[in-house]
Design a protein around this ligand. Sequence first.
Ligand code: ADP
Ligand code: MG
Length: 305
Amino acid sequence: MRNAPAIDAATLSTLLNELRLPAIKVLWPDFAERADKEGWPAARFLSVIAEHELAERDRRRIERHLAEARLPPGKTLDSFDFDAVPMVSKAQVMAIAAGDSWLAKGANILLFGPPGGGKSHLAAAIGLALIENGWRVLFMRTTELVQKLQVARRELQLESAIAKLDKFDLLILDDLAYVTKDQAETRVLFELISARYERRSIMITANQPFGEWNRVFPDPAMTLAAVDRLVHHATIFEMNVESYRRRSAMEAKRQRGRPASFATMRNTAEIDAARQSEPNEALGDLGQIVALQSASKSICGWGSW
Ligand code: ADP
Ligand code: MG
């Protein structure tokens, strides 16, 4: 500022306000002084302050995207203990967290497993990493989203409500299997899945495997159609582990000198055997999907994206 005539500084401030370049407005006097002192070419000065404006814009955009995403706080990939879920490959999760190839194709990710196994944590952590990489994400309990879509439907606004969700590259539907057709008109969930198919991604966490989803959707044909669309381009993580909280509590107990009394994680063969024995016949084609999933081992990339 010292080297710039006062009148120029005032005018420039107004111009930069009107051009909506707040970072340049704050930074230019110091950079101008340095450029004058060090004899920078004008083009270098211009590109340096333009880069700062752009970086600041990115930072503000990510801040906005974080605020709209409604992620549960504190769930990061750094704080996720991958050793607790050996069937989940850290390298694969890191590739997913970069986003590029699968989000562009509207592929999906499905996380299955019993309560406490880290499904919501992992989903939220991937969501956070994606936002930091420039993507837009919305995290919602599925029951809450279904309620919202039902209200929209009653007001004849379902289509536009679903279209509004298009701005999110990824919709994380937490606890899908907690939605039941007895409590809600769940056809709206099917409409959402259909509308996003091969265009926009969905990540689902569920305590129940596909075989139980007939309790979610109004009829078996709709369940089959929903599962079919979801798995067509999807990666499935089966997180069949002991509750992390329970394990941690037992671990703490053990460290205090008591013998370990908890069951350790079931191995892959046991998990597969258990899944194979699930009754699938009543589900027709859906049963085949479940059987296929069982055959594909504890964690699988379902198809390729
Ligand atoms: P789920 O959604 O499968 O029921 P959560 O993700 O809610 O399980 O996990 C329960 C609690 O345990 C959360 O506080 C979560 O942060 C923690 N947790 C679960 N798995 C892990 C893990 N592998 N590393 C770190 N924390 C975990
Ligand atoms: Mg959960």
